[in-house]
Design a protein around this ligand. Structure first.
Ligand SMILES: Cc1cc2nc3c(=O)[nH]c(=O)nc-3n(C[C@H](O)[C@H](O)[C@H](O)COP(=O)(O)OP(=O)(O)OC[C@H]3O[C@@H](n4cnc5c(N)ncnc54)[C@H](O)[C@@H]3O)c2cc1C
Length: 476
């Protein structure tokens, strides 16, 4: 019996026979996330407790196998893929909400709890988990912590980092630690280092998170503009006026036409860009803030303005934004969802660059923007797998345009395997060396999600990007 088969047999005894998979037909399904990269594990396991995760990590250590945590698999940067093989640790059975405490507005959850499930379960107490990635039906709290996920309402409520109070982590040597947010000065913020580390520092098994009161009042507005520049001007003026909307989403023409054809959300298809704005808070504040946003949009040149009449109408407006992925998916057989950031005032300039880059590469690109924080999601549409090199070149040019405008490679989807080759363009070797030292301190053998986030040191060639031309299954 090979060492791997022996390990699988041992883990079956501990985790149960249905919780360990080494059939290549099954592990192949875990070779990709929602991005383009693909590389499968050799073994996939479904632990149901921290103790079982410990056993898996200990076994992986004995065999010197990589360990890659996997939540909902909705990541968009190849983070949960396994370029060096190894064991994929699926958190799907660690899906229990252990407690929700209204008095402290906190919850303790296992890492595999889907984001939306936590908000659903806390709603009767007037609370919710504020980070709301558009993948929230499927993405997990563990995955949100690993990616420091944001969402449309990040503008007001902040990214995941601001909502995690403590995390139980299984480290590379199978020890278990609780990392807590510092309560005062002194000591390092190790929890802060963990959040956003994309599974490279430890496997999150349980988390204590902050819950946020549901707002007393909400107003949702849709403003249509004759140009992207005018929409961008409205965003800049809203931010400059000191208004902090709960959400401020921009969609370009291609995207809003796709949405309207698919979701019938009542978006004006003649516009060049729309803004979906939401203000929330106390009833008396909200009305005034909404009126201010409307006035600013009008002054910036909005051709139409619409205020959602009631919850149903609001849901309809949001349905359009939330189903944008499905809508764009109808325009081409494949689309590549990208992620970059620029200063808010540079969004119109970036969108103009994206148009120029898309034209140069001969590929349609529809862009969604979390406009209040300058986080753009261009979607490169393509039909034929032979176009992939052109798609990747187009994507790299867009990322470089973000860097040129003083932005960054990722707002929320992370680096994963996808953006490794661009990290040296964003960070100096000194910065990268500092990050490598942090990683080594947590995981000296680099067994936790190896080949992600940090490129090898200068002078060492980058490994080939894991199969961006994946197997037939995904292309038929
Ligand atoms: C339609 C769609 C919309 C999206 N919208 C948003 C959005 O609005 N905002 C946003 O931020 N992202 C968005 N994403 C990206 C993605 O959903 C987020 O990055 C999410 O946080 C990933 O969670 P997951 O559970 O699916 O993680 P996975 O994809 O399974 O894993 C992502 C990374 O986290 C690591 N990981 C997972 N679980 C753990 C754990 N327990 N411990 C340690 N590491 C772990 C993995 O190793 C991997 O590196 C979207 C994706 C899709 C497909």
């Amino acid at each position: 019996m090979s060492a791997l088969a022996a390990a699988a047999a041992r883990l079956r005894q501990v985790l149960g026979p249905g919780a360990v998979h080494d059939d290549p037909y099954e592990t192949a399904l875990l070779g990709y996330d929602a991005g383009l990269d693909e590389s499968p594990p050799v073994l996939a396991v479904l632990p149901a407790s921290t103790a079982e995760v410990v056993e898996v990590v200990r076994t992986a250590g004995e065999l010197d196998l990589p360990v890659v945590a996997r939540g909902g698999g909705t990541g968009l940067s190849g983070g949960a893929t396994c370029p060096r093989g190894g064991i994929a640790v699926l958190m799907a059975r660690m899906n229990r909400i252990l407690s929700i405490e209204a008095s402290t507005r906190t919850a303790v959850v296992q890492a595999g709890v889907p984001n939306l499930e936590l908000s659903r379960q806390s709603a009767s107490l007037g609370l919710h988990f504020a980070p709301d990635p558009s993948s929230q039906k499927a993405s997990t709290i563990g995955g949100n912590i690993a990616e420091n996920a944001g969402g449309p309402h990040t503008l007001r409520y902040g990214v995941t980092a601001g909502h995690v109070l403590a995390a139980e982590v299984v480290l590379h040597d199978a020890t278990v630690r609780w990392l807590e947010a510092p309560t005062g000065p002194g000591g390092y913020d190790l929890l802060g280092v963990l959040v956003g580390s994309e599974g490279t520092l430890g496997l999150v098994t349980t988390a204590r998170v902050r819950l946020t009161p549901l707002p007393e009042a909400v107003v949702t507005l849709l403003a249509a503009f004759p140009s992207v520049r005018a929409a961008g001007e409205a965003v800049t003026r809203i931010v400059a006026a000191g208004i902090v909307p709960a959400a401020l989403e921009m969609m370009d023409r291609l995207t809003l036409r796709a949405i309207e054809a698919y979701a019938r959300a009542d978006y004006p298809t003649e516009a060049q860009a729309v803004l979906l704005a939401e203000v929330d808070g106390l009833a008396e504040e909200v009305d005034e803030a909404a009126a201010q946003v409307e006035r600013i949009c009008r002054e910036a040149g909005a051709c139409t303005l619409r205020r959602a009449r009631d919850q149903r109408d609001r849901d309809r407006l949001w349905k359009g934004r939330k189903e944008a992925g499905g809508a764009l998916g109808r325009l081409a057989r494949h689309f590549y969802v990208m992620d970059g950031v620029v200063p808010v005032s540079e969004v119109p300039r970036l969108l103009a660059s994206i148009d120029e880059i898309a034209e140069r590469h001969g590929l349609p690109v529809g862009t969604l923007v979390h406009a209040g924080d300058g986080n753009v999601h261009p979607n490169v549409l393509f039909n034929d797998r032979h176009e992939i090199e052109r798609v990747l070149a187009c994507a790299d040019d867009i990322e470089r345009a973000c860097l040129k405008l003083g932005g960054s490679l990722s707002g929320e989807h992370g680096v994963g395997a996808e953006k490794l080759h661009l990290m040296r363009e964003m960070f100096s070797e000194v910065d990268l060396d500092t990050m490598r030292a942090v990683r080594k301190a947590f995981d000296p053998g680099e067994r936790l999600n190896p080949g992600k986030v940090l490129p090898p040191p200068a002078g060492t060639p980058l490994p080939p990007r894991p199969a961006v031309l994946p197997g037939v299954g995904r292309w038929i």
